[in-house]
Design a protein around this ligand. Sequence first.
Ligand SMILES: Cc1ncc(COP(=O)(O)O)c(C=O)c1O
Length: 399
Amino acid sequence: MTSKSTFDVEDKYMAPFFVKQKISIERGEGVFVWDEEDNRYIDFTSGWGVTCIGHAQPVITEALTDQSRKILQNPNSGLTYSPARARLLELMHTVLPSHITHLFFSNSGAEANDAAIKLARKVTNRLDVISTHKSFHGRTISTASATGQATHREKFNPLMPNYLFVTYGDLDDLRQALNENVAAFILEPVQGEGGVIIPSKEYLTGAAKLCRENGTLLIADEVQTAFCRTGPMFVTGALDVKADFITMAKGIAGGFPFGAFAMTEEVAEKLEYGDHGGTYCGNPLGCAVAHAVIKYLLDHNVSENVARMGDICLDTMKEWQQLYPTLINEIRGAGLLLLIEFKDEEIATQVSDQCLAGKLFVRQTQGNGIRIFPALNINEDELREGLAIMQKAIESVIA
Ligand SMILES: Cc1ncc(COP(=O)(O)O)c(C=O)c1O
């Protein structure tokens, strides 16, 4: 096919949910991707925080090939045992915070959050769920109900009942909202889609404490932050925030659709046969890939690379803030999850368009922000090449 014919087919047959960028991606390698005309681009979005160890990563190809030669899906699915699943469970156990003991698998982040909310209601025998303004938890009806952004909610009213919202970062607001009806508080340790909002450690640990005192389960939505995105394997683990559930997806299998939710012993003890399930949950193929990805993160000390590359990125963005004060409001970042907040949406759109013209993918977020979240194993040359394109884009907008 050519890009043109690909555009025509997708535009004709795909449901119109996305405003498309007219680029048809044929292949990738590391942080680079190529379109059908063989133009090379740098991907600073890692497919929305997913291809955490790069495109066409050989360890993923090997795991996919090896496992698919053996078995993709067990007879009777999760009713039978799988060595690939057992290997992943053992490895996950070494990286999860020590108070977290049990795991189950999903196919996406929304599905993991959905399950955690559902099970928190069962475990506490309560109905209400608190979430935060500007949060993002997914696009199923229950996770859209938990998402604190009008654009993802209003069109679908009436949503699920019993969802309440508090201000992110405000412990008093949470304290006032908690009562004996609240089953769960669902919280991102860094709000990603909300614009890379980084709360204090005190907020996260304080929220966990308030929840515990109220008999409310804390669901840490680490779908975007887990697996070294901000440096550590889990933000809540590194900060000793004792969540009752941790949900994850995106980076867990480096591009293969997979997710998981993990819980404490106390929660697991209150769950029983039939409370949850799913056809693909813990399928051997996904488990084998997730195992390969997590092993790579550990073996290559990717966490350290994230800290180094994140610092370079943040320092560069700080320089830009000094250089272009008329354009840039603020910069924020944790590890390799960063955002430049421009004065308005128009400027961010122009910068984003200029980046693409310079063959760099970035992600416009919350209108006036541009989010950068490249593969976690990006090297300094690749990072600086992308940043140079971005700086040129900003300067062209000034001009
Ligand atoms: C924090 C968070 N939770 C949940 C989701 C939904 O995950 P998925 O798109 O895999 O359903 C996302 C996706 O961006 C997310 O960032």
